[in-house]
Design a protein around this ligand. Structure first.
Ligand code: ZN
Length: 96
């Protein structure tokens, strides 16, 4: 019995602590990132966008929603990730 408790303790200690996206080392000093992530505050901000590829009147409430839409429906498009990241740059710059 003592060995199982010991193993459990080891497993608990090996689990890394969760760090918020904006507090991770590449984003310290409030550096804003355009990397697609659901934890990225830039992608959580409400932005209304019309899809570039299907050109439908569907409007997205956030960049992360738009990224998921592109990842699911426009996988064959070559540079959809770069397109979404350029939109994130516009959000960081304050023009979108
Ligand atoms: Zn689309």
């Amino acid at each position: 019995m003592s060995t199982t408790i010991k193993n459990k303790r080891v497993r608990e200690n090996s689990v890394p602590k969760k760090i918020a996206f904006q507090d991770r080392i590449p984003f310290s000093n409030n550096k804003k990132s355009n990397l697609p992530s659901s934890h990225n505050p830039i992608y959580q901000r409400e932005v209304r966008i019309r899809c570039k590829y299907c050109n439908r009147s569907r409007i997205f409430d956030g960049l992360w929603q738009y990224y998921k839409h592109c990842n699911h429906n426009h996988e064959t498009e070559t540079k959809y990730k770069e397109h979404v990241m350029s939109l994130a740059d516009l959000v960081i710059g304050g023009t979108l």
